[in-house]
Ligand binder design. Structure first.
Ligand SMILES: [Zn+2]
Ligand SMILES: [Zn+2]
Length: 176
């Protein structure tokens, strides 16, 4: 980057409060959202509710493409819009990459750091793929290393996921 260009970048940064790259990206998302609303496509593909703002919008592939077929990535008929929170595959904005998509019939074990056959996992309702985040072997290790928590008279040691919401803190999570 030349001297003059660097100065221009610094000027843009102070004027917009963000880099030109970030600003352009945000503007494109705003424009896309406006068009999505105009076209009546602002209904979340996953939950069916309206997507209220550009910040909530994510691009979803109806059929997962990763590890399958690259044409599914570019196929516009395979594109739907959803809330970021509802998007189960990764989105084009680069977010949500922590949600790993593996080959069919497998799930990600956080401890093995690998995809393992679904049969090796315990069922966990409400989670993606309907299984726990650790395979059975790792789950028993994780359980042993964690002290069982008591809520009322119920021992929650057998459930690592699905802990009750923390009403005490009252801190609403900021979704950016
Ligand atoms: Zn939704
Ligand atoms: Zn494991």
């Amino acid at each position: 980057m030349g001297h003059g260009e660097r100065r221009r970048h610094a000027r843009i940064l102070s004027q917009l409060g963000m880099s030109a790259g970030t600003a352009n990206h945000r503007l494109r998302v705003q424009i896309m959202f406006m068009l999505v609303v105009k076209a009546g496509l602002d209904e979340c593909h996953v939950c069916g509710e309206r997507i209220e703002s550009a910040g909530l919008l994510s691009i979803e592939h109806k059929k997962p493409w990763e590890g399958r077929d690259a044409t599914l990535f570019w196929d516009l008929d395979n594109i739907a819009f959803s809330h970021r929170r509802c998007n189960v595959t990764q989105n084009l904005n680069g977010g949500g990459l922590n949600k790993k998509v593996g080959p069919d019939g497998t799930a990600w074990c956080t401890e093995h750091k690998d995809f393992l056959p679904l049969a090796l996992f315990n069922i966990a309702r409400g989670r993606r793929l309907g299984v726990e985040g650790y395979c059975k072997i790792c789950m028993s290790k994780v359980r042993k290393s964690r002290p069982a928590r008591r809520v009322g008279n119920r021992l929650l040691g057998s459930r690592v996921t699905g802990s009750p919401p923390d009403f005490e803190s009252g801190a609403a999570q900021a979704h950016v």
